[in-house]
Design a protein around this ligand. Structure first.
Ligand code: CDP
Length: 772
């Protein structure tokens, strides 16, 4: 039969459901295990602590924590043994000496704290543990005005949980894993008694007793859609503020609004906010959070107003532990940084003693994978008496399991070579690194308002980023940093990163704000105010995809889109597809999953391989273009139930990328079910054929109507909006082809303007969408 069953996953609880569960759990179960640094040691095997205060906790609790359910889960006593062992390391972290100071500074009316400390000083892992047992971190029952009738009061539980936001998924997950180990508790949904969980786009792992939750800043914004007052949390820790990602800026703005409104929707229970940064520039944040307080002081003559009079913004500086790192610059400008990196890596490997892993900073998945291949090829020929090399890639789209390998210690007589994007700059700590190789560049989002879209451009990093990269070599011992650029070039770098809010497409941010009821965007408390032009572009884009109505208010469609873990255009596509048919929605989910990774195909470097690849992928390539080719690839890969790795190799498809695609596909399917877009009964669908291609492409047009170009008589393509010349990217299956009009997902600018992720469409379809 042509029909296939899709791999159906059990439904995961929505945030809302989890919240409900959280609220009905009695306190004694919410706080089952003593977690703070005082208690992590000296647990005997029967689970009793020799520490007095811990004993009190244990005996006070009539209920013992539930046992992990599954048999392959480690027992609580083995978890505790591990935690005890880790305690020795934790005690040596620079932040440990500040534990009491941090606790003290958040007591009473002090609700905001700024924490500065070098990467690796222990901020992200220790701060939540310092606070977990504090009185202000326990859930409290309060009565608030019932929003539905506006007069009666209803009882809700406020607080109890600590959120720590991260800019990246990989950091959120690896931190949660680490902190769970340190606290001696299972991780996330693996056990109902787990106290540490995480929530990242496409993957939430929490339990009813989650006390410490690592989540991406984007996920916290999502949670605010359901719970604008963040009633679940007692403390929100905003980490990596120095990176100034756009989501961090939004989170800070919303937090300031909650603080300024005296925690109205939290029954007056204050939300404590900690902003953490690896660089010392905290002045702007101090002004930012001090603003409302100062305003209140000026306007309030009521000296009894404790809330505004006594509250302070405390700043805590953690003295870092940094060994000296020698900087070695390239004597002359480098033209091919992959070649330079390869040479540098092997020079280090041959000349420098073990132990000492190498961390290489590159620009993106493509350069990481290219260098990975080069090193593996080169390593075959090296002197067998030398230690082995183990190459480990680390980039955002890498499947989780592969990301976690980076953190495991190297096998004996092996040097780890970690090839990372700027993900490893401050977000994650990889132990064992003594050598850093820095290419001096990073892929950065750059909003090109003329075109109205984001492009990813490879750009020189800032001095501050270069210093962070270098610092990674001196965490555990003196190290060396090889900069693949000259000292003169270093001196020309910008001092700090430009905040992302000044250089990215703001449509997602704007929709988040609108969906949260912020209509007056101009008066939102921005840490850095984005240019008016960028805001207007974003408004226009949201209008184009009908996420806003003519008055600029969020529409029904917009509200739906805001709740999806996708950019607004992709969210729009998904909704449109759901309106066509269930089969179309499933197809669109497959394509969107592919778009979440950089490239599903293996990189081809040589002409000879190119031909081989054409052959291998022949039955996947679709003349409709890249979207349908992606669809055919996912369907082919998913249909192979025997050996998907072999299938991928046969078709020269990246097995690694496809694993990520399958992760995302599973999560998106679940989300669509939760959002009632996908119905259980409709999971059998015929494979996509030429007929079903039309609704898929038409759906994409609703989100990407302005990303279209038509063929002009000279054979080139001109964008339909703006009349700019754009060429089909060589990676596209439509490269070199002439079709009436194209739709593309991404616009890349290298030496010329390229459209990537391209499909053939008809001009009248585009007219239909743009004319609406
Ligand atoms: O936040 P900050 O950069 O100040 O430090 P952290 O992330 O709390 O890391 C403190 C220490 O915990 C690191 O030096 C690592 O030794 C360890 N750690 C780890 O082993 N695995 C992780 N995923 C995170 C941290």
């Amino acid at each position: 039969s042509k029909k296939r069953k899709r791999d159906v996953q059990p439904e995961e609880n929505s945030e809302e459901q989890q919240q409900q569960q959280q609220r009905i759990i009695p306190e004694s179960v919410v706080v089952p295990l003593r977690s703070s640094e005082k208690s992590a040691h000296k647990f005997t095997n029967d689970g009793k602590s020799t520490n007095d205060s811990d004993k009190r906790k244990w005996t006070n609790n009539s209920k013992k924590p539930a046992r992990p359910q599954s048999n392959n889960q480690p027992s609580f006593s083995s978890l505790r043994e591990k935690a005890n062992a880790l305690y020795t390391t934790r005690k040596t972290l620079p932040i440990f000496a500040h534990a009491d100071e941090i606790r003290q500074q958040l007591k009473g009316n002090n609700n905001v704290m700024l924490l500065v400390g070098e990467t690796g000083s222990g901020k992200s892992t220790q701060v939540p543990q310092f606070l977990a047992d504090e009185a202000f971190c326990q859930p409290k029952k309060v009565k608030i005005i019932n929003q539905e009738d506006g007069s009666t009061k209803k009882e809700i539980t406020v607080g109890g949980c600590i959120a720590i936001t991260q800019p990246r998924r990989v950091a959120a997950i690896s931190l949660a894993r680490r902190v769970a180990e340190e606290m001696g508790t299972p991780l996330g949904k693996s056990s109902p008694a787990s106290r540490v969980g995480y929530s990242v786009r496409f993957d939430t792992s929490t339990s009813p007793s989650t006390k410490v939750k690592f989540l991406t800043d984007g996920m916290l914004l999502q949670e605010m859609l359901h719970d604008p007052w963040l009633t679940k949390y007692s403390v929100v820790v905003v980490d990596e503020v120095h990176e100034r990602g756009v989501n961090v800026d939004l989170v800070l703005g919303f937090l300031r609004k909650i603080l300024a409104s005296k925690n109205e929707g939290r029954g007056g229970i204050p939300l404590k906010v900690i902003a953490m940064s690896a660089t010392a520039d905290m002045e702007s944040l101090q002004d930012f959070f001090g603003h409302d307080r100062d305003q209140a002081k000026i306007t309030s003559t009521d000296t009894s107003n404790q809330n505004t009079q006594d509250s302070q913004i405390s700043v805590c500086h953690i003295k870092g532990r940094q060994f000296p790192v020698e900087t070695i610059y390239s004597p002359e400008p480098v033209h091919d940084f992959l070649d330079a990196a390869l040479k540098t890596i092997f020079t280090i490997h041959v000349k420098e003693p073990m132990p000492g892993d190498i961390l290489v900073f590159l620009t993106g998945q493509e350069t990481v994978e290219n260098l990975e291949n080069l090193i593996n090829e080169y390593a075959i020929g090296i002197d067998p008496s030398l230690p082995k090399v183990l190459v480990l890639p680390l980039f955002a789209a890498l499947p989780q399991a592969a990301q976690q390998r980076v953190f495991a210690p190297a096998p004996p007589r092996t040097r780890k070579i970690i090839l990372a994007t700027n993900i490893a700059e401050t977000s994650v700590t990889v132990s064992g690194v003594r050598f850093v190789v820095d290419c001096g560049k990073a892929k950065m989002k750059q909003f090109r308002s003329r075109l109205g879209l984001d492009s990813l451009l490879v750009k020189p990093i800032s001095k501050s980023a270069a210093i962070q990269r270098k610092g990674r070599a001196g965490r555990e011992a003196p190290g060396k940093c090889y900069r693949l650029y000259t000292e003169a070039d270093y001196l020309t770098l910008d001092e700090t990163n430009t905040p992302e809010i000044l250089r990215c497409d703001l449509s997602q941010s704007l929709l988040t704000m609108k969906a949260r009821g912020v209509d007056d965007i101009m008066n939102f408390p921005f840490l850095t105010r984005p240019p008016r032009e960028a805001l207007e572009q974003a408004l226009l884009q949201l209008l184009n995809i009908q996420a806003l109505d003519e008055t600029g208010k969020v529409s029904e469609t917009g509200l739906h889109i805001a709740k999806l873990p996708l950019t607004p255009p992709l969210g729009r596509v998904l909704l449109e597809a759901a309106g066509h048919s269930q089969g179309c929605l499933l197809d669109v989910i497959d394509v969107i999953s592919c778009l979440s990774v950089e490239n599903i195909f293996l990189n081809i470097n040589s002409e000879e391989k190119k031909e081989q690849a054409e052959q291998a992928r022949r039955d996947l390539y679709r003349r409709e273009g890249d979207h349908l080719t992606m669809l055919a690839t996912v369907q082919g890969y998913a249909a192979d139930n025997t050996d998907r790795k072999a299938w991928a190799e046969r078709h020269m498809v990246s097995h690694r990328a496809m694993q990520s695609v399958m992760d995302v596909r599973k999560q998106l399917t679940t989300q669509c079910k939760n959002a009632k877009l996908l119905h259980e009964s409709n999971e059998n669908r015929p494979p996509c054929d030429a007929l079903s291609a039309v609704p898929v492409l038409k759906s994409f047009l609703t989100g990407f109507g302005t990303n279209t170009a038509r063929l002009v008589p000279d054979g080139s393509y001109r964008t339909i909006v703006g009349n700019q010349t754009v060429a089909i990217h060589p990676s596209s299956v439509l490269f070199g082809k002439r079709v009436e009009a194209i739709l593309y997902n991404e616009f890349v600018f290298t030496n010329r303007s390229y459209a990537r992720g391209v499909s053939a469409v008809q001009t009248d379809w585009v007219g239909e969408v743009l004319g609406r």
